[in-house]
Design a protein around this ligand. Structure first.
Ligand code: IDP
Ligand code: CA
Length: 492
């Protein structure tokens, strides 16, 4: 007969076992919810995984360290560049006569990587070296020397605590395709249909890659790369022009007729140069005059329009056995979509302050013409901190870029405005290295990762609602929903 306590709970018809059940479930749900929320918010020590790629370019080597959240190792996490290191000295192909030095040159950056990647991650961190056009040319010229350089580089990298996965020459097709993957991965375009084309300008080669609806690969299979990424099929057009990096084109332009007084260099510029150095590349060796003096004086006469004519002379626009070509008889479908132009495209256009492509192409050309006609003494005074090697070549390089884009790839003033000159996207350098690593570590799934019906937060909110409804029911079950109109309020 106890009127209070457990008895009173059962006495009230609303206090049935059901309400007890609801109460218990409601409370458990809330406790669970609070626990999840607390655990979720607790700043867990971020566990990351890492990957390292060395970009052995013709002019220099650069090291990139990438990281991604370990718990999202099932290729749904965002891989980001967390560190980069520029190797001192020239590209590894320059060590052909002393290959050991190629390996030694990498040590400083590798030591930096050991400090950067947590030591407990070292042995599982994959390390790749990819070489591009500089080593392609050395391999053509002297494959023994090329092999010795790779031997020396591999021995050096094997000494590192990381998981060395090998050093190799990328094909031009790989270099172009992985540059495209990087740009679209960083720009989150791999889950969309509309992608961004990739334009990469190096010292010894240049690449163009883009998806074109008009291109199914049938006309020129060598220019076709098929990707299935996140459930989307991409039929990519890509081409790499060996010898059309800006340093090799400069050699070709200099080895042409009348190279002594050069319209691509500023008035007042005068440097004595050595023909041997100029001609020791497979890109120009066939242009070598039979009898040439050892040295010549390279004199500038700064004229953009004459420079453009000189640069055009390194392109062949006559032969094309396809429906349409870019240059040198290479098939190219009609340009499509926006483009990201990086590496030397960016370095040069950024220096010239010409990265704003909302400026009409004609105005860009006029600005460059003014720059090229500025006397060398003035240029040096205006840019005291710039390496003279680079400073002397910006007029040539800018003219080459505009000629390559408009005469070579057929960008018009309208499609030129769809180019963005970029160095990085969301803090990661644009270039082939990220795409290369993503591909080798299978971090871009062919199929779309099964996106949870609800994002994590969604689950939490669904539980919250259920818990609150249950709890509300319990609370309400303690009082009749609608007082029986006959029942006088009981004073308890
Ligand atoms: O700060 C800069 N200003 C101008 N050019 C630069 C700068 N940094 C790098 N470059 C140029 O960018 C190009 C990089 O080419 P890279 O070494 O990647 O050759 P590759 O891709 O043909 O193997 C070279 O021509 C190099 O001189
Ligand atoms: Ca490069």
């Amino acid at each position: 007969n106890d009127q209070t306590g457990l008895y009173s709970v059962f006495r009230n018809p609303w206090h049935t076992p059901l309400t007890i059940f609801i109460a218990v479930v409601g409370v458990i749900a809330i406790v669970a919810l609070v626990t999840v929320a607390v655990l979720q918010n607790k700043p867990l020590i971020p566990k990351y995984k890492y990957g390292i790629v060395l970009d052995a370019g013709s002019s220099h080597t650069a090291m990139y360290i990438y990281e991604w959240p370990a718990e999202k190792d099932n290729n749904t996490g965002r891989v980001e560049q967390t560190h980069s290191c520029k190797v001192k000295g020239p590209g590894i192909s320059s060590y052909a006569s002393d290959p050991k030095k190629a390996g030694q040159s990498l040590q400083v950056c590798m030591k930096e990587a050991e400090r950067f990647v947590p030591s407990e991650r070292h042995e599982e961190t994959p390390l790749y070296l990819g070489a591009t056009a500089g080593m392609r040319l050395l391999n053509i010229e002297n494959s023994t020397a090329s092999d010795q350089v790779f031997q020396a580089v591999s021995e050096s990298l094997q000494k590192s605590p990381f998981s060395f996965q090998g050093a190799r020459i990328l094909s031009g097709q790989e270099e172009g395709a992985f540059g495209w993957v990087t740009v679209n991965y960083l720009d989150d375009r791999l889950k969309q249909v509309c992608t961004t084309g990739a334009l990469d300008l190096g010292g010894a080669s240049t690449q163009i890659s883009f998806v074109s609806d008009a291109f199914d690969g049938s006309e020129s299979p060598n220019n076709s790369v098929n990707f299935r990424l996140y459930g989307n099929d991409y039929n990519l057009y890509t081409h790499s022009f060996l010898c059309y990096g800006k340093d090799q084109v400069l050699r070709m332009a200099l080895s042409g007729p009348g190279s002594i007084s050069d319209p691509c260099f500023h008035n007042g510029y005068s440097e004595s140069k050595n023909y041997m150095t100029l001609y020791n590349s497979p890109c120009v060796s066939k242009r070598k005059p039979v009898s040439s003096p050892a040295d010549f004086t390279h004199v500038g006469k700064g004229n953009f329009y004459q420079c453009q004519e000189l640069v055009k002379s390194v392109f062949d626009f006559t032969q094309c056995k396809y429906t349409q070509c870019s240059f040198n008889g290479v098939y190219q479908p009609t340009l499509q979509g926006p483009f990201g132009a990086f590496s030397a495209y960016y370095f040069v256009m950024n220096f010239l302050n010409l990265t704003d492509t909302s400026v009409p192409l004609q105005s860009v050309k006029e600005a460059l013409a003014r720059y090229c006609s500025t006397p060398w003494e003035t240029i040096k005074k205006q840019h005291p901190g710039i390496k003279l090697k680079y400073l002397a070549e910006y007029c040539f390089s800018g003219t080459y870029i505009l000629t390559l884009l408009t005469e070579g790839y057929n960008f018009t003033s309208e499609t030129f405005s769809k180019i963005r000159f970029i160095k990085q996207i969301k803090g990661s350098d644009a270039g082939w290295t990220l795409g290369y690593m993503l591909n080798l570590t299978n971090m871009i799934p062919a199929e779309a990762p099964d996106t949870p019906l609800l994002p994590h937060a969604g689950y939490v909110s669904v539980i919250t609602v259920i818990a609150l409804v249950l709890f509300l029911l319990f609370v309400l079950s303690l009082r009749p929903l609608w007082p029986r109109c006959s029942q006088k309020p009981q004073i308890v």
